[in-house]
Design a protein around this ligand. Structure first.
Ligand code: SF4
Ligand code: SF4
Length: 145
């Protein structure tokens, strides 16, 4: 009998660091600037992204020290006992937290880091740096995936 992969057999809280890190698909969406409606609490993502991201790989260039360098940067692992619903619907941590499976384009399924970009799920094609943008309201986006 085949052993199920770790993301099907373990809860997020049971994963070791290597498993946890490999779950990130590298889409870069969580590094986009967000706006929150003060009345409803609704979160709106924008196409404006943190300056510390590599726009080609969509990965953080200062990952180990990210929360020290960028106070707004959220360490999702430290939020593990809180909520994941603010994350994009495609985010692997949110999918697993909601009891769903990983999509075919996820690198753990495809075996290729590029598959998240090829599927159009990453921010590679549209993100702009926050140092090159002034008004977040002009850059609110909606995802189809
Ligand atoms: S949204 Fe989720 S899967 Fe995408 S980069 Fe952020 S943590 Fe990783
Ligand atoms: S510091 Fe790195 S992980 Fe944090 S928002 Fe910026 S690019 Fe993303």
């Amino acid at each position: 009998m085949n052993t199920p992969p770790f993301w099907k057999s373990k809860k997020l809280t049971e994963m070791n660091r290597e498993e946890w890190e490999s779950l990130c698909d590298g889409c870069g969406k969580c590094c986009l600037n967000k706006l929150e409606d003060e009345d409803t609490g609704e979160i709106f993502f924008t196409s404006v992204v943190c300056d510390l991201i590599d726009l080609k790989t969509c990965r953080c260039t200062r990952y180990a020290e990210r929360t020290r360098l960028v106070p707004d940067c959220v360490d999702i692992k430290s939020e593990r006992f809180v909520q994941y619903d603010w994350l994009p619907s495609t985010c692997a941590y949110r999918l697993i937290a909601e009891g769903r499976d990983l999509p075919s384009w996820h690198p753990l399924i495809s075996g290729r880091r590029e598959s998240v970009h090829a599927a159009g799920v990453s921010i590679r094609s549209y993100a702009i740096r926050e140092s090159e943008s002034s008004d977040l309201l002009e850059h609110i986006i909606e995802w189809l995936t």
